[in-house]
Design a protein around this ligand. Sequence first.
Ligand code: BES
Ligand code: MN
Ligand code: ZN
Length: 498
Amino acid sequence: MRMENTLTLNKCPKDAIVIPLFENHLEDVSIVKKYDKALHTALSKLLKPGDFKAGFGSVISTYADSGAFKRIVIAGCGKLREFDTEKLRRLIAQVDGIFQSYNIRGYTVFMPTLLPFTSSDYLSGKAVAEAVVLSRFNFITFKSKKDKKIKGLNVVFWNAPKGDFQKGIKDGRVIADNVNTIRELISMPSNVLTPVKIAETAQDIAAKTDGITCEVFDEEKIKSLNFNGIIAVGKGSVNPPRFVVMEYDGSNGSQKKPIIIVGKGVSFDTGGISLKPWSGMEKMKYDMAGSGVVLGVMKTAAELKLPLKLVGLIPTVENMPGSNAYKPGDVITMASGLTVEVISTDAEGRLILADALHYACDAYKPEAVIDLATLTGACAVALGSKACAIMGNNRGLIRRFQQNADNAGEKVWELPMWPEYDELIKSDIADIKNSGGPGAGTIVGGVFLKQFIKNAPWLHLDIASTSWKDSSEKGYLGKGATGFGIRLLCEILRNWNA
Ligand code: BES
Ligand code: MN
Ligand code: ZN
């Protein structure tokens, strides 16, 4: 697929052109005159009856009888003041969706009526590329009849200023391609994607990407490191656990302390002995979404050559019931030495993350530790599928996430971690228990993880709410795996030293 910006009419696909217009700014259509007289005449004709108000999401189209382009679509951008990069993504996804069903090779988007009103050329370029690539994702690996045509539809942006917009398109494409790769991985059923397979995927990414190294700890090594949370959760499954360590240093040695990203990699979560109800359980294949984000971010950071030192950690297990499974009431001595009473074997994510977080603080002197996990169903109760929950021990780190979320199009909402909540995980017989309350399910998950952080700025993202969509409410992400977190982290890392 060709996706680029051009100043030359000759390079534009002539099958169709999209003209974005804002509400109450329909006179802006006169800008088109400068570039193509015939096109402007056709547009004036189309607008003359006054039916089209350019509300966001409204479109009007016609076949042209003269001029350079065969089909003309005017796309409503809504109110100028309400327009942002997220609206831009949705706008482009909408028009791309229209043309996906047409029998054409490409289309052109006219930029001079739009781009001057967006916040930055780079972010806009990134947004449009993301919109096109993400909205074309389709998980068809297990369909015997595959329809691949839409992937080839060319998109040319006409008359955006050269430079930043083009750079944005390039970066956005790299990011979105990697998000789609990870959406594919998250969608994989657990009979195919076992913990060993997740570790092999990490090694495969490292082998194919310049600058990434990868080491995988097998069960024996995991035992020798006393990662007893990982061992306990993984015990019930015939598929053995793994622990993945990925490293990337684009800082030329100038950054001493790495930024560590940790992702929950539960290839399937049955709940274990505290078995989940059957309804919706098939979706628990996405309980490794956090590990997918780690893989996606490491790959993207290396491909964009970000000048940072990064470490990616993935504890990965399958949570199964069975005669060898861990049980409610068990007490586990974690890698950090803390003892944990198991109340629910379904609160397994925090047990495997605890060992990983301890390792992050112990084996490295991290500049920051960021973990992502589909940790609690309560997260979706609190926030729906519109935002993930964030919690942490460092204001600056939390602020980074809040400031970059809007541009990335991935929303975050902070939950409190007041010391009052600590008592919710007190155990009668061990140091702490793995499930507490009453209430505050998502916070309790965060408070549990906090016990394993030693002297490091730390931030926890509960992505249970946002990693999977049951319907395609938002223009550019369909049903299923979203890859949530990759775009946000890439945007944060890009601005890390700014
Ligand atoms: N993987 C689940 C959380 C989850 C639920 C993710 C729904 C996505 C959609 C997690 O391991 C879990 O089971 N959490 C329990 C915690 C409880 C036992 C304290 C939950 O949310 O019920
Ligand atoms: Mn669980
Ligand atoms: Zn889980």
